[in-house]
Ligand binder design. Structure first.
Ligand SMILES: NC(=O)c1ccc[n+]([C@@H]2O[C@H](COP(=O)([O-])OP(=O)(O)OC[C@H]3O[C@@H](n4cnc5c(N)ncnc54)[C@H](OP(=O)(O)O)[C@@H]3O)[C@@H](O)[C@H]2O)c1
Length: 338
């Protein structure tokens, strides 16, 4: 499996560490020998078509801030598109930041790779939120696989669970807490009766919120995940423009504390059903399994036959999300063997 990695931040580096650790296991259990042939960050690329020694890439990046600084294999002027177009590979891992409203640069990277008949794995929600129906169509046309299990729930296999384990049943709706940052903020207000601004500052200090928390707080991050669930699980061809979105910024501490007195907690809930998709803060009984705290995520699938099934797990984290990439690589390998 010749792999190009575009984006060598938290997730990219965690993935590199994980495959060093699990190399032997991947080979004996799944017959997968991933050979990383190029890694790209904003500083340029590290390319070795015979296979990169990941310790070299990780240490170059740590010492110099970019993999392109390697004295033998570094290419400081190379862009992700140069590498996708010129380096021979089977799979692109697209791990650049989620950007809205255009999904770039990830969207261009994914389209270029699919057009070159590469299979693609991404943890970047942006391109899917903006163009999931057309990306899936393009991948089908090119007869390649596109996988993105790390985009929803981090390492918690929400998409795989709904797609594979609920086979034979019909999912009528999905509702859940899909953003760990806002869940942490709402949990802190609930527990400590602090204003939202202070809870956001705490989340930033704890490393759960970005310096600019807009994507999370506005509800757009949850909306991106709903687009992915709608297309992949519910068969509804939508993009982010079709999701009704309300974030948590207009919530008052008082609303949260009033709900608490009634045995409820206010949570930012994403919901998809046959009527549509929406993100809103809503009160949930604290006895409901959906009502998880801190940075946890949860999702309840309402099914026609099995009733309500709820899944809970860590929604993000480098190591956790890297396991989702492994899952996707194994899945692609299985598809290629069919
Ligand atoms: N972190 C998590 O827990 C988590 C969980 C689930 C999903 N995700 C998603 O996974 C993706 C990666 O997350 P992350 O936390 O690893 O982000 P990150 O730490 O910000 O890393 C992003 C990487 O992308 C590189 N990059 C940005 N623009 C680029 C371009 N035009 N060409 C090549 N490389 C470029 C950056 O380069 P520089 O290093 O040079 O800046 C950096 O290496 C995001 O879309 C995120 O939403 C993250």
């Amino acid at each position: 499996m010749r792999v190009i990695i575009v984006g060598f931040g938290t997730v990219g580096r965690s993935f590199a560490q994980l495959i060093q650790l699990k190399n032997e296991w991947l080979k004996t259990r799944y017959g997968i020998i991933p050979q990383i042939v190029a890694i790209v960050d904003r500083g340029g690329a590290f390319v070795n078509e015979d296979g990169i020694r990941l310790v070299d890439a990780l240490s170059t990046r740590e010492k110099h801030g970019t993999v392109a600084a390697h004295d033998v294999w570094g290419l400081q002027k190379a862009t992700a598109l140069d590498v996708i177009n010129e380096v021979e590979a089977d799979i692109l891992l697209e791990l650049t930041p989620t950007r809205l409203p255009d999904g770039q640069p990830g969207l261009t990277h994914l389209e270029a790779a699919i057009k070159k008949s590469l299979n693609v794995v991404t943890t970047n929600k942006g391109p899917l939120a903006v163009a999931m129906p057309s990306l899936i169509e393009l991948a089908q046309y090119q007869q390649v696989q596109i996988r993105f299990s790390g985009t929803v729930g981090g390492g918690t296999p929400i998409l795989n669970f709904a797609k594979e384990c609920l086979d034979g049943d019909k999912i009528e709706s999905a509702q859940g807490i899909l953003n760990g940052t806002t869940n942490y903020i709402l949990t802190r207000i609930f527990e400590a009766s602090i204003p939202i601004e202070e809870a956001i500052r705490e989340a930033q200090q704890a490393g759960y919120a970005e310096a600019d928390p807009t994507l999370d707080v506005s509800g757009l991050d949850t909306a991106c995940k709903l687009v992915i669930i709608s297309n992949w699980i519910m068969g509804r061809r939508i993009t982010i423009k079709d999701v009704e979105v309300e974030g948590i910024s207009r919530l008052s501490e008082r609303e949260i504390l009033d709900a608490k007195r009634e045995g409820k907690a206010v949570k930012l809930l994403g919901r998809v059903d046959q009527e549509g998709s929406s993100v809103h803060p809503r009160s949930v009984s604290i006895a409901d399994p959906l009502c998880v705290n801190g940075t946890l995520n949860s999702i309840a699938f309402k099914t026609e036959l099995a009733g309500k099934v709820t899944l809970i797990g860590a929604g993000a984290g480098g190591r956790e999300t890297a396991t989702a990439i492994m899952r996707d690589l194994i899945d692609i390998k299985k598809m290629l063997l069919r």
